[in-house]
Design a protein around this ligand. Structure first.
Ligand code: HEC
Ligand code: HEC
Length: 603
């Protein structure tokens, strides 16, 4: 792709206090830049084709660990004196974040699409274990004692039409090499991203979105659709403390992303990739006013089972906190960054560097001088914006949405896919929430939406800008976003083994034809683009025909069906197919059903 030669897209930073160097992983630049903080020059380049993901530096600064974030993922072990790659360690599908054990002996790696964490023994330069977590692990932090790794799962799992759906944090006990605790987050938590543990090892801080998905998407004011949150966890007890909103009552702090703590532990830092800001939080002041909740489930996001809006005053103060806008007033400074899309952070003493993904720049914020303006430092002067890149930028930009509450990526994720929650959009009437759709192949599979209410991609983009961001599209904006979405490419399924089907999936391939799935889910797009009734109506709609969805990337688009009621493919074909109208599956054995599901998960 020409794209990768043009843009850097800084996605991860590592700082070396001794040498004053910053290592900058350039996601679309196929390299790690070695950047000198004194001269402010790039002094070296480490090629990491095609896409570096996460980086970590050994305690002595001599070795750099970089992931190659592709399906056949690897960790590259690099000698920082020579910039040479010494070892390539195979890990899982799309390794993104990495973290070192405090003794520098092990590296922990989030394999985003395998839903696992690899343990790499650095002396042997090989992976010595794979630990299953929940769904799309993308952030992790090791405790200062090295006894545990806290892993952020980006997405919730389970069906979407129940009273609770949230992503969670998995805690790995490093001695046992397994997950010993799962810390739930409040209802609506999604897009889990960065995490940091305080230097004293007491608290972990997780950045995520808190979706108010139980409300209709009628207006954005006061966070009625998406809010942006920080969850605080007690590390020694492996327990939830509380969730606080980073937003102000009239202004969202959209898409919280990277989290870091200063070495002294006095400040907590959070980037906002959607509103292009840095939150600088007084950590002690925050803890003075942070009450602990017994459980994230005490908090009620919005609507009780009766359908009444809950009067939150009736909840205990601690359990009301996730609804309180303005918690941070007086204890946090919101620093506007000049760059677009700050997704990474590094701290060198009082100097905080944010890496801006879309503007190919760093922003330096000096914490010792609270009046000092943030300084913008370009890393790449050559790249004029293509239409595709502009579209990608618009898609991830919340600063232009009403009161900057959210971006398209807040609901569709950083890669414009599904994010698990249902939303009651106004496009097809009210009180009939639909599961968020992936936008992969949308351009090729009109009409849009579960009910086909929008004729094509551009119409859907236009209504998204108008009625979800509540702004008018600017000239060229729809075309740019459309170009970006046209260019999305399917990611190979983690269920494939070197591109091949397993024996079970191969049997499933035959059944897919035999059971008549191909009639509607016709390859290569796996949809015939018709609206049909397969007996799944749930809202008593008059028209119970739904647009046949593509099955491409079905491995990552759970939950399924228009209202997300099915947590798995098997549930689509069995539990939610009581009238047996969804394919000829009634005489398939359990094993055949498993085979069929295994095949669908390879598309
Ligand atoms: C509040 C969450 C939310 C936000 C923000 C959001 N979307 Fe969506 N989007 C959805 C949901 C839910 C659906 C599925 C609706 C349905 O099936 O009726 C959807 C569907 C779509 C579709 C149709 C896909 C298909 O193949 O049928 C497109 C295109 C789309 N969104 C684009 C956008 C764009 C562009 C933005 C930003 C301007 C955006 N969305 C912002 C929730 C959201
Ligand atoms: C008559 C057309 C038709 C046939 C035949 C059919 N499907 Fe579907 N399929 C649909 C429709 C329509 C939906 C969406 C229903 C909804 O959203 O409620 C769907 C949804 C799905 C989904 C959920 C996808 C998602 O993203 O939510 C899966 C998985 C699926 N079908 C698999 C199969 C398999 C496997 C077969 C064969 C046993 C099959 N389908 C046969 C029409 C069909």
């Amino acid at each position: 792709m020409a794209q990768s030669e043009t843009y850097l897209s800084p996605c991860a930073l590592a700082a070396d206090a001794r040498s004053g160097r910053l290592y900058i992983a350039a996601h679309t630049g196929a390299q790690v830049l070695v950047w000198d903080t004194k001269s402010r020059q790039t002094t070296g380049k480490i090629p990491v084709a095609p896409s570096p993901g996460g980086i970590a530096l050994s305690p002595d600064g001599l070795t750099l660990y970089v992931t190659s974030a592709i399906p056949a993922g690897e960790v590259l072990i690099v000698d920082t004196r020579t910039s040479r790659i010494q070892h390539r360690v195979p890990v899982g599908h799309t390794p993104v974040a990495v973290a070192l054990s405090p003794d520098g002996a092990n590296l922990y790696v989030c394999n985003q699409f395998d839903n696992t964490v690899s343990v790499v023994n650095l002396e042997q330069a090989k992976s010595v274990g794979t630990i299953a977590v929940l769904r799309e692990p993308v952030g992790l932090a090791v405790t200062p004692a090295g006894d545990a790794v806290f892993v952020v799962n980006r997405l919730p799992q389970g069906h979407a039409n129940g009273p609770y759906l949230a992503c969670a944090v998995s805690v790995i006990d490093t001695a046992a090499a397994q997950v010993t605790h799962t810390i739930e987050l409040p209802d609506g938590a999604t897009n889990g991203q960065g995490i940091a543990i305080s230097p004293d090892g007491q608290y972990a801080y997780v950045a995520h979105v808190l979706a108010r998905y139980q409300f209709p998407v009628t207006f954005l004011e006061k966070g009625w659709v998406n809010t942006n949150a920080l969850s605080v966890l007690h590390v020694p007890d492996r327990r939830f403390v509380n969730t606080v909103l980073l937003d102000d009552p009239q202004r969202g702090a959209a898409d919280p992303y990277a989290v870091a703590c200063t070495a002294k532990g006095d400040r907590l830092l959070v980037t906002h990739a959607g509103s292009h800001e840095l939150s600088v939080i007084d950590r002690a002041a925050m803890h003075r006013v942070l009450p602990a909740s017994d459980s994230p489930r005490n908090f009620i996001s919005s609507v009780a089972s009766t359908g009444d809006i809950v009067v939150t005053e009736q909840l205990a103060k601690a359990d009301r906190l996730p609804n309180e806008l303005g918690f941070f007033q007086g204890i946090r400074r919101r620093v506007p960054l000049t760059g677009q899309g700050p997704r990474s952070l590094a701290v060198l003493g009082a100097q905080v560097y944010a890496g801006n993904y879309y503007s190919d720049s760093l922003t330096l914020v000096d914490l010792s001088r609270s009046q000092a303006k943030p300084q913008s430092i370009p890393l790449n002067r050559e790249a004029p914006l293509t239409l595709r890149r502009q579209g990608e930028m618009f898609f991830h930009d919340a600063s232009d949405s009403y009161q900057s509450w959210h971006s398209c990526a807040t609901c569709h994720g950083a890669q414009a896919r599904a994010n698990a929650h249902n939303w009651d959009l106004l496009n097809d009437g009210i009180a009939n929430p639909k599961n968020t759709k992936s936008l992969l192949l949308s351009h090729a599979t009109p009409p849009m939406m579960a009910t086909g209410v929008r004729p094509d991609l551009d119409a859907a983009i236009s209504s998204g800008i108008r009625y979800i961001k509540w702004i008018r599209p600017r000239p060229g904006q729809i075309e740019a976003i459309s170009t970006y979405l046209h260019d999305l490419e399917p990611v190979p399924s983690p269920a494939l083994s070197q591109g091949q089907l397993s024996p079970s999936a191969r049997r499933g391939e035959t059944l897919f034809k035999k059971a008549g799935c191909v009639g509607c889910h016709t390859p290569p797009l796996y949809t015939n683009q018709q609206k049909v009734d397969v007996g799944t109506n749930s809202y008593g709609d008059n028209d119970v025909r739904y647009d046949v969805p593509t099955l491409v990337e079905a491995w990552r688009s759970a939950p399924y069906l228009h209202d997300g009621r099915a947590a798995s493919i098997l549930e689509v074909l069995t539990v939610h197919n009581s009238e047996a109208r969804h394919g000829n599956v009634s005489d398939l054995t359990d094993r055949e059903l498993d085979d069929l599901a295994a095949y669908v998960l390879t598309r």
